[in-house]
Design a protein around this ligand. Structure first.
Ligand code: A3P
Length: 289
């Protein structure tokens, strides 16, 4: 069993190195032209990041790879001394910056709100997120052991996982969308109609893409392509951090894999809890394609 443990900030479990660096993170100075990619873990962070990169680089794969090597959009809450923290990396970046976070709205450094930054939020249905997170915690050696699927089911519902409750995360960002510049996207929509969703992202970024560029981005950001791409499949990360022999980072990339994991009883219980926790919020998640 792995030793790694999470620490809490205001009731939200986070990686302990993040918590140890908390004042630096909270004091982060956002700039008005920052674009922040926001996701709950396993909602499609790597995917949207690749889409954003490709849009930025006009679908030039090589330019994109060079850009990634220079600056993979830092996670503002990332910290693992002695390496530079996400905040330090972001501070050293030229603008306009594209940054990433998994933080729920209430833990975001306040300067992002004060500077009226753009936020790109990707949401994924809770059941597929849970399945993906379970397999990720099995293979990620710096996150806690997930235990059995039955145990993880409870842990996830209780929000006792890194970055806290899926329900609160999604609700928080959904509620921000009317008062801030939030483009709220769904994993399932990108899967179903990538071209349409990529076009929306480009527009949000103030970019006009022509048809051939758009088609190329659709192709290059497909699951199959990204699974083979060493810049996106995490094959360069040491096994002591991500053990892909347990479960690959690019695992399945589908909608509805929860059906292969949830028992009928678990599904009924989950639906009931979902209704309770998401009361008053009308977000319709697609559960299968
Ligand atoms: P699965 O575990 O269900 O396969 P994140 O990047 O936020 O950690 O999310 C990882 C999830 O997104 C994984 O889900 C991964 O396979 C999926 N994913 C990554 N790239 C994808 C793509 N191009 N198309 C569809 N799913 C993708």
């Amino acid at each position: 069993k792995k030793q790694s443990q999470l620490k809490e900030v205001a009731g939200i479990p986070l990686q302990s190195t993040t918590v140890d660096n908390w004042s630096q993170i909270q004091n982060f100075e956002a700039k008005p032209d920052d674009l922040l990619i926001c996701t709950y873990p396993k909602a499609g962070t790597t995917w949207i990041q690749e889409i954003v990169d490709m849009i930025e680089q006009d679908a030039d794969v090589e330019k994109c790879q060079r850009a990634i090597i220079q600056h993979r959009h830092p996670f503002i809450e990332w910290a693992r001394p002695p390496q530079p923290s996400g905040v330090e990396k972001a501070n050293a970046m030229p603008g306009p910056r594209i940054l990433r976070t998994h933080l729920p709205t209430q833990l975001l450094p306040p300067s992002f709100w004060e500077n009226n930054c753009k936020f790109l939020y990707v949401a994924r249905n809770a059941k597929d997120c849970m399945v993906s997170y379970y397999h990720f915690q099995r293979m990620n050696q710096v996150l806690p052991d997930p235990g059995t699927w039955e145990e993880y089911f409870e842990t996830f519902i209780d929000g006792k996982v890194g970055w806290g409750s899926w329900f609160d995360h999604v609700k928080g960002w959904w509620q921000k969308k009317d008062r801030h510049q939030v483009l709220f996207l769904f994993y399932e929509d990108i899967k179903k109609d990538p071209k349409h969703e990529i076009q929306k992202v480009a527009q949000f970024m103030g970019k006009n893409l022509d048809e051939t560029v758009l088609d190329k981005i659709v192709q290059e950001t497909s699951f199959e392509k990204m699974k083979e791409n060493p810049m996106t499949n995490r094959s360069t990360v040491p096994k002591s951090i991500l053990d892909q022999s347990i479960s690959p980072f690019m695992r399945k990339g589908t909608v509805g894999d929860w059906k292969n994991h949830f028992t009928v009883a678990q599904n009924e219980k989950f639906d009931e809890i979902y209704r309770e926790k998401m009361k008053g919020i009308t977000i319709n998640f697609c559960m299968q394609l």
